[in-house]
Design a protein around this ligand. Structure first.
Ligand code: FE
Length: 211
């Protein structure tokens, strides 16, 4: 019999695989297993942020859904976002999604949450029908997002390029420096202090971060 329980750290790999399935079918997202695993462990390690529910039968995880916790100042209550609803392809149309939603709603109700909000693709009619059948109704609000990831990427030492002040040659860690046997993927910080510019032989200290 399928049973719904709260996910623990040992479930992260299987949940991450389910999320990859979900994101590969959603037009706005590209799967990234490292990012998915990090996200899942952030929730599991910080139970105040949310809870992941999985549906399991005979040790096999068939599907998952999660609640993320926040506050509504309008309601003066805790509220939840329902995210990442996914059922493994072999287990679809068997009531697993229904079990997961019912469980998440029941937990939220029991713990005093005032509302559950979810987003679904505007052209995914079956999903919309499913959520309506579970008592959700469409809101007139529209979704706005601002990604905050781009700026941090350029500051990440593992991907940041450095420029030679003398000749303008760029050290790109994605390429390394084959003339000096520096492998691709080597951050500038990891290059030896005796290394010098392959073009003008200026020293490593003559390089500045390039942005
Ligand atoms: Fe140079």
């Amino acid at each position: 019999m399928p049973e719904v329980r709260t996910a623990v750290a040992g479930d992260i790999a299987e949940c991450s695989a389910l999320l990859e399935l979900l994101f590969s079918q959603e037009k706005e997202f590209t799967p990234d297993s490292l990012a998915q695993s990090k996200g899942l462990s952030l929730i599991i390690e910080n139970p105040d942020t949310g809870r992941i529910f999985i549906c399991e039968s005979d040790g096999e995880i068939q599907g998952m859904v999660l609640l993320l916790f926040t506050v509504s100042t309008f309601l003066g209550k805790k509220v939840a976002l329902l995210e990442d609803m996914v059922v493994a392809p072999a287990w679809r149309s068997k009531g697993i999604g229904s079990l997961l939603i019912d469980h998440a709603v029941e937990v939220a109700r029991r713990e005093g949450f005032g509302r559950i909000t979810l987003l679904t693709d505007s052209d995914n009619e079956p999903a919309q029908k499913f959520y309506r059948s579970k008592g959700f109704s469409q809101s007139g609000m529209i979704v706005f997002r601002k990604a905050l990831g781009t700026e941090t990427t350029t500051c990440n030492s593992e991907t940041a390029a450095w420029m030679c002040k003398e000749c303008g040659w760029l050290y790109d860690p994605k390429e390394g420096d084959s003339d000096n046997n520096i492998k691709s993927g080597t951050p500038f910080e990891a290059v030896s202090s005796g290394w010098s510019c392959p073009v003008c032989f200026a020293s490593k200290s003559d390089f500045d971060p390039f942005s």
